[in-house]
Write a new protein. Sequence first.
Length: 184
Amino acid sequence: MVSGKSRWVTMPRARREDVARFFPQMLPTLLNYSIDMPLRQAHFLAQIGHESGSLRFTEELASGDAYEGRADLGNTQPGDGRKFKGRGLIQLTGRANYEKYGQAKGLDFTEGDNCKLLSTDPQLALDVACWFWQTHGLNALSDQDDVRAVTQRINGGLNGLADREDYLLRSKFFLLPAAEAAAP
């Protein structure tokens, strides 16, 4: 299971205050979404490590202009690119994804500034990452230890694969028995 010590070492660039923000709810939230085995947790930590820059960023640094008019993301209204840019520890992007997450939680993340809650509320930033993980079948891909497939499903490509693999290697070292962690 995920421990405070492994979180520090698996994300060595994490700041103390960021670890403190996410530590109390990390394990209960992971377990709530069946991210409950060491290999699943290792893959999850690897992906959020990359996506959030070691828990430092819960909102995409880019403006979101690149997502403007992207119908594949549900960005059909003027300003949707900026409004629904990547947020949360997994950088959820696009009006359609914000709507789906909102439906799952019984909340509306498309009205007013509610979209910003996914980056400003630590519990929501973590929860949306776990929700995305579960709804996109990432436990099954993690069980197969397929970092490329997990990355593809999250990112739509293999952006940052080497960084994600580095986070995964660190996470496995602390979460898995030595024989499993060394396996390719």
